[in-house]
Write a new protein. Sequence first.
Length: 407
Amino acid sequence: MKKQTKAIRIQTKKSLNREHSVPLYLTSSFAFESAEQGKALFEETEEGNIYSRFSNPNVTEFVEKVCMLENAEEGIATGTGMAAVFVSLAGLLKSGDHIVACRALFGSAHQIITQILSKWGITHTYVDASATEAEWEAAIQPNTGTAPTDRPVAKMVFLETPSNPGLELVDLEMLGRLKAKYGFILNVDNCFATPILQTPIDYGADLSVHSATKYMDGQGRVLGGIVVGRADLIQPIRFFARHTGPSLSPFNAWVLSKSLETLELRMERHCSNALQLAEALEGHADVAKVLYPFLPSHPQYELAKKQMSAGGAIVTIELEGGFERVSAFYNALKIPTLSSNLGDSRTIVTNPNTTTHARLKPDEKAALGITPGLVRISVGLEAIEDLIEDFTQAVEKSAEVVKEKVA
């Protein structure tokens, strides 16, 4: 049976009311049929629901669907995407451990690694997304490098591919080889690609993490996150989450599970629109740079074609003229929403330099290619002809505004 069919047909067992659509289980707790059952549930000799912070039928259904899409053994859902990232790190790392991470990370993930985990005695090393296999190996297993170092061997490698907002890619097959050699935990943020376009576990990843707020919801309605992967790793993550409480609400899980039924269809349109918009903007004289994984001009185009089935829904462009140009560009747009979110049916634009990555230091922004004129476009499901027309006129009007001020 195809995954698209399973995403629709996986459902919580029907109640005595024989409902066609899965109901909402808006309950904080669950009753025991006997004292013995309560004892057995807490001793985990019997499976079942106890308390919605631990599990809930709506949440379980959502997790089962994502595990199926990602080819994962088990999973746990959380209240937000950043909660999913955090529990995937904090639930497995301890004082004295070392994490190697791709430098191209979302701003909040960077803050967790550098400001929060560091307080617990967990050290880190950053590696460029474009690093060679030898450079990754030297960071993971320091004694393979040419210079002596006291840095410990990596307990975990964490990355996102494609990255936010620079759309840099990391070779998953290469890291899978290194993981097989050295035995570290390979933890991949798969949010931008979704399991429709890329399944990191098939390349050897141990965990795949998502902000379900993005494409899994797809309409900007609810928050959610999920970690799926190896059962033996999900167990300690679940323990950590169960006792710290970043649980997903039943209502949000119900919405997300319903949304997964259309994820494949939506991603097809997202990717088609994004590629056409990227091609149109790349050919425009007033756009300094266009980044999109499935454009032949992307520096990692061949890698994108190897590990992704399509290029995703994010297009990043560079406009000359800094924030003044970006502001004029925003003011000229008619269709897109101005927001820091992404993954919506509606096209969204943001300036990472002043929003999602605003708290990074100047040198950190420079290392990630985040400039005042950078614009991240989350391409929606609108008619592509309308989007191309709107973005083209906004590019031209904003260029004229800047030229007039210079003159």
